[in-house]
Write a protein that binds this ligand. Structure first.
Ligand code: SF4
Ligand code: SF4
Length: 504
């Protein structure tokens, strides 16, 4: 056995890999599958061993083991208990040893209040009876884009020229996640699922691989500060163009794809040299004011002959309502507000865990502000960043959203186990990696089927809940805060959310 102290070990291991050696048949599947070198085979002893310090609890080995011999356990906290310091010791040591700020992935995992879990939905009974969603028509179709303040009709035909709209069969889209951050097969699966379900996936800031132009009609293309892969055919293939100003997981921070993830195909797609870091600066260097943003919005409208709605995506931060008002007046057709629970491929931990706002509060204040200014119909709202289930979708729409984006939920559907190692490029499930050996672990046929199943089941649950509320269309649910009640919330929180307390 070749035990050797891992010199990189700076803290006690966070997890323990427990292998039942009576069950283990030495097939070495776990050794082959572990992308974090946490498992090795000792020929002399014919035994499989673990290097617990390397285990990230991705659970790939436990899932793949044919004899179910493996259990991963979170190790108990091993330092002496100290309320002030215990959640800071590991981070402090990492900085001291490596001389850099820790980078993390996925969303903020701090135990901040999740407002979705403090909102209850209404149900209809006698005066406004419930609807049977299995036998009566329920409309989930949603149109995103600027709506007219009034319409003119002549001889039973509409005379008012409508702004370009995104037409969604379900009010759920796949959030911006770039090819580069995601593996090819995951992007393929998202595209297929979006097409099947009559919705959209979002290219993220990394351009569009030529193979994925086939999803025209179901793609939103993103223009971020790095402008990677942005050219005329790219803009043309999108049904909408999203200007990324901010991201919920890392407000005020640009994008960063490490050079090792910039493979030959990624470099072609992004139009940048292979192996070099893809850095999107925090600001767009041509946007320093709402007037500048207006110029970019209209430049993109002009470039696409006013045929596509323009989305502006911002992180939920303080003053988000005023920012949203400015974005609406700058001519955007849709705004995406991304809450601080939103995922990321890589972010400094201090930013992910301390900057931003919960999407619930941001959404409520934005909808309220736009209504009070009489400009709500000038823009549609997409809520994102922490949408976990179909009831979050219903509550988001009742709070004022027109539709939602899901990112983390989509990755979970494909197989993600939330090990928070996306930034390493070693995703054992093949999702956030460009390693060909790992990325082939995602079968696009299976992955797209799971995404389709998820959206179908959520749609059914949304219809059932709307039926219980006596509502038969998303249109009637939107901004219908009378159907929400707060529980365990302060008066001030209820006021910001614009909802009554449970019992009233
Ligand atoms: S996958 Fe399971 S059976 Fe195979 S070597 Fe690992 S622990 Fe043993
Ligand atoms: S995508 Fe992969 S690396 Fe990222 S959290 Fe999920 S399983 Fe872990």
């Amino acid at each position: 056995m070749k035990w050797m102290k891992n010199l990189k070990t700076y803290t006690p291991p966070a997890f323990t890999v427990i292998r039942d050696n009576d069950r283990c048949i030495r097939c070495k599947a776990c050794v082959e599958q572990c992308s974090f070198d946490a498992t090795f085979y000792d020929e002399e002893e014919d035994k499989v061993w673990n290097w617990d310090s390397n285990c990230v609890s991705c659970n790939r080995c436990a899932a793949i083991c044919p004899t179910e011999a493996i259990t991963i356990e979170k190790r108990d906290y091993s330092y002496r208990r100290n309320y002030s310091w215990e959640s800071h010791i590991d981070g402090l040591k990492k900085r001291a040893i490596f001389g850099g700020t820790p980078v993390v992935s996925m969303g903020n995992d701090k135990p901040y209040k999740i407002y979705w879990d403090h909102m209850l939905l209404n149900a209809s009974q006698v005066t406004n009876p419930s609807i049977d969603p299995l036998r009566e028509p329920m409309e989930l179709k949603t149109f995103l884009g600027k709506k007219p303040h009034s319409i003119s009709v002549e001889n039973v035909s509409l005379k008012t020229k409508l702004s370009p709209q995104l037409e969604l069969d379900v009010p759920i889209m796949f959030a911006a996640m770039s090819y580069g951050a995601l593996s090819y097969n995951v992007v393929e699966a998202l595209g297929r699922a979006a097409k099947e379900m009559g919705t959209f996936y979002n290219s993220g800031e990394g351009g569009l691989n030529k193979d994925h132009y086939k999803f025209k009609g179901n793609i939103i293309v993103q223009v971020a500060s790095g402008r990677f892969g942005v050219h005329k055919p790219y803009l043309d293939v999108g049904s909408a163009i999203e200007i990324k100003i901010g991201q919920g997981a890392k407000p005020g921070i640009g994008g960063h794809l490490p050079g090792e993830k910039v493979t030959e195909t990624i470099s072609e797609t992004r139009m940048m040299p292979q192996g070099s870091d893809a850095i999107s600066p925090a600001p767009h260097h041509d946007v320093y004011s709402i007037e500048d943003l207006r110029q970019l919005i209209y430049a993109l409208k002009e470039a696409t002959e006013y045929t596509k709605p323009i989305i502006v995506k911002i992180a939920a931060v303080h003053n988000v309502a005023a920012i949203a008002s400015g974005i609406t007046r700058a001519g955007a057709d849709i705004i995406c507000i991304d809450g601080f629970k939103g995922g990321t491929g890589a972010s400094p931990q201090v930013i992910r865990d301390n900057v931003g706002l919960p999407i619930e509060l941001a959404l409520a204040v934005v909808d309220e502000r736009l209504r009070s200014e009489g400009i709500r119909q000038d823009i549609s709202i997409i809520a994102s960043g922490g949408i976990r289930n179909s009831m979050d979708v219903v509550k988001a729409i009742a709070l004022g959203a027109d539709a939602v984006y899901i990112g983390t939920a989509a990755l979970l559907a494909i197989g993600c186990t939330m090990c928070q190692q996306c930034h390493t490029g070693r995703c054992a499930w093949g999702i956030t990696t460009q390693d060909p050996h790992l990325s082939k672990r995602v079968n696009p046929d299976i992955a797209s089927e799971r995404l389709i199943n998820l959206l179908k089941v959520w749609s059914l649950e949304i219809k059932e809940t709307m039926g219980a509320m006596g509502i038969n269309s998303i249109e009637s649910l939107r901004g219908n805060r009378l159907n929400l009640r707060g529980i365990d919330l302060s008066d001030r929180e209820l006021e910001i959310l614009g909802i009554l307390p449970a019992g009233e």
